[in-house]
Write a protein that binds this ligand. Structure first.
Ligand code: GLP
Length: 260
């Protein structure tokens, strides 16, 4: 894992956007794995601006989202379909037919999940997976205890996640209990992963992910087994990392690196 600590959430988003742009410019038909949540909003805004300025092109890009709540139609304001269209897809030049988001209203979830996994393979696999992290250390909706080999499936949400996400609903009872999520094993097959985290409420999860043992209790820790993962943090999310100074030292010692 490469850990990059930026001073602000804006700088973190900008650094991650430059990374995405570099990949798209090297491979214009790249397959991107997309994440929802508050964390990647700055990244999506940066990418949309870069697209408007002609610095990055999404016309040949294919996307696969990590997850979706079960039971929410695509028009529901809290569905991840709605989130992605409002916050990203409608601001870039991606063809609608290239967008894949798990269905929250499938009649046969098992068949849908198998189809989703196959579709990722048919498209050549995910080149770059964007990730956030839950306060309990989950990636996508792979809650504590999820198998580190898990595939796309129906998952019951954990109470801390329902509590965290209730801020987006009128009340806690409206938060769906189930989600369709890519598995940890699915995510680990992406060629490159970019995980973003900001804010002090993520500091414990980040330190467990980066410096704790690999454990299904913190599913993000499985990224320690991934050969090409970059973790972009702001100062607050990096606040509990024991080797923080070393990560900055590594960044500063890279050829041509700006001094931090
Ligand atoms: C949800 C999503 C995750 C996301 C997490 C954190 O659980 N399934 O993909 O990383 O929320 O969200 P936020 O960025 O809003 O803190």
């Amino acid at each position: 894992m490469e850990v990059i600590v930026e001073q602000t959430v804006e700088a973190m988003s900008r650094a991650a956007a430059l990374e995405v742009a570099e990949i798209l410019n090297a491979k214009p038909n790249a397959v991107l794995g997309m994440a929802t949540g508050t964390t990647p909003l700055g990244l999506y805004k940066e990418l949309a601006q870069m697209c408007r300025r002609g610095e990055v092109d999404f016309s040949h890009v294919t996307t696969f989202n990590l997850d979706e709540y079960v039971g929410l139609p695509v028009t529901h304001p809290q569905s991840f379909h709605y989130f992605m269209h409002e916050n990203f897809f409608k601001h870039v030049n991606i063809p609608l037919e290239n967008i894949h988001i798990p269905s929250g209203t499938a009649s046969n979830y098992r068949a849908f999940c198998d189809w989703y996994e196959n579709r990722i393979k048919e498209c050549g696999g995910i080149d770059l997976q964007i990730l956030g992290i839950g306060s309990d250390g989950h990636i996508a909706f792979n809650e504590p205890g999820s198998s580190l080999s898990s595939r796309t499936r129906l998952k019951t949400l954990a109470k801390p996640t329902i509590d965290d996400n209730s801020r987006f609903f009128n009340n806690r009872d409206e938060v769906p209990i189930y989600a369709i999520t890519m598995g940890v094993g699915t995510i680990l097959e992406a060629r490159k992963c970019l995980l973003l985290a900001n804010g002090k409420n993520k500091a414990d999860a980040v330190s467990a992910m980066v410096e704790g043992p690999v454990t299904s209790m913190i599913t993000a820790s499985a990224l320690q087994l991934h050969e090409d993962t970059k973790v972009f943090l702001d100062e607050s999310a990096a606040g509990k990392l024991k080797m923080r100074d070393y990560y900055t030292w590594i960044q500063n010692k890279k050829p041509g690196a700006p001094q931090r």
